[in-house]
Ligand binder design. Sequence first.
Ligand code: GLA
Ligand code: ZN
Length: 667
Amino acid sequence: MENRLYYGGDYNPDQWMDQPQILAEDIRLMKQAHVNLVSLGIFSWAKLEPEEGWYDFDWMEEVIDRLYSNGISVNLATPSGARPHWLADKYPEVLRVDELRRRQLFGTRHNHCFTSPVYREKVRQMNAALAERFDHHPGVVMWHISNEYGGECHCPLCQQAFRGWLQEKYGSLEELNRAWNTAFWSHTYQSFDQIESPSPIGESSIQGLTLDWRRFVSHQTTDFCRAEIRALRDAGAKKPVTTNLMYYYHDINYHELAQELDVASWDNYPIWHKQAKSETALDSGMMHDIIRSLKKAPFLLMESCPGPTNWQSVSKLKRPGMLEAASLQAIAHGSDSVLYFQIRQSPGGFEKFHGALISHYGGDDDRTYQECVEVGDDLKQLAQVSGARTEAPVAVIYDWENLWAMEGSMGPRNQGMYYKEAVLKSYKAFRRQGLNVDMIDMTQPLDSYRVVAAPMLYMFRDGFEDRAKAFVKNGGTLILTYWSGVVDENDRCVLGGTPGGLMDVMGLRSTEIDALYDWEKNTLIPADPSAGDRCYECSVLCQLVKTTTAKTLFTYGKEFYAGTPALTVNSFGEGKAYYVCADAEQDFYTDLYRKIVLEAGVALPFEEQLPEGIEVNCRHNENGTFMFIQNFGKQRFSIPSLPGWEAVFGSMEDELSPLGTAVLRMS
Ligand code: GLA
Ligand code: ZN
């Protein structure tokens, strides 16, 4: 990946191999658009193995050769994302069983049983054959493992694997019963064989079971991916591997899956028209940062759409300039590619109306194609950014297991806990200061950060409280919020006071939590009126606390708990710990985090706080430090004078118009 950003996307020529002129024309149009990478063979199993054990790879080789001789590399897929008919007919165990215990018929995709030994073996043979044939090809630069892993299977094989996984985890049934507190409602298990995955027609009330099932699904998917990669490696494959991850995908702990990968990648389909562009950009930006933080290294934007998608209820056209802004946003956040689904539209089938670089019309004079040529041109100009890393002085914790735990917990609000929204508020508050932000989970080291925000960490796991304590003790600033440290990793309540293990660090104890109806609000009032702070609103959840050593900075304005602490700070060791007691409005977080980062001595790229919608990201490599400034707001933005920086894309002097991007470099 030296000094070139990848540009291209998924290409599925198996649909038009009988029309060789299309392939020739596609290559011409790809070259003209500066395409240098295509993902090939993602859904080609039926063509690669038309009959069991009979591999037909010649057509694939011809495509790879032709692309390579035209300067286009290949990200070669393993085809496990969709199976051929013969495979499902002969071996029904490869078909998934749903939570109501119904075996699915053949159809659609992304629906194999991830435990089935037959499916694993067929995939192993296919991957090995592909590796032997193609890994050494100079045109193949990377492996695209399967496609968007997801979903779950409740078949007897998966039940058996789940029981085995539990046995290994808990050692004994006694320990499992304790961990899940099954004495409640007389649900005590008497044998591992009685354990069934959660189901609406069966067990759905043991939260430890549900949580462990989520973990098992994540584990089993990861294990399947690991087996796919092992098959390639055992056959001698040396090229790096990736698999395409999805937007805030719920069911897989991506920190776990990413450990198997050489490069992280994801598929981004922002819906630009439903809310302010600044909010959409923020939401995509946070996901880019989650993906980048998985490997703390440059990632790949594996899929995005040059035009409209075809799966939204209303698939609007991308307005002029959106494609470029969204594409460069990925690069700004650490991607080394802009790749599309798809290079050419399918002539028929489920995705025939999905946007593509090349439409059914097939010419080079339509708007989308021309915008794609511009993006290709931009990436050539920005080639020197490739491989550049992102360093973040601050981090926000977003933790999959915590998300799962909070969902089923039957607590103060069973709908609308707003975990992701709470995380976004912290993320936005840092981003408004122009800072790069790492998005980490609870298991990661904290010591490289100056400030760490940990919103709504309902569950503490894997010794997080010890790491958090050491972090503050050694001079870090921790921001914890309401509904934190309530349960352990099995969803068992912490006894003796919360936030569990951090009461001394926070200098307080949470006593009660008030849930608000959607239409209710409370207010946050500065404790010291002379400090010049204003009042803010809060909603959803209001934690009541009793301070010991913490100082109260804000109090509640209403209810019987008016006048009690709503924001506190505590000095602990060399550091500080803030506790935000309620789901405060965005401005509260933005204003607070500005003070906190200044107080913690974090260097800001601009002196001023960024206006709404202006995004700043920095990446650095041997060619220098690159500052991306993007405008997702409504107003034009004049870039402040920044001595030492030169523009390598766009201009520093002109105002940045909405959807505009400037890239500056300091060598
Ligand atoms: C996903 C899939 C692709 C395609 C696109 C359509 O990201 O990976 O195969 O279906 O969606 O947007
Ligand atoms: Zn199964």
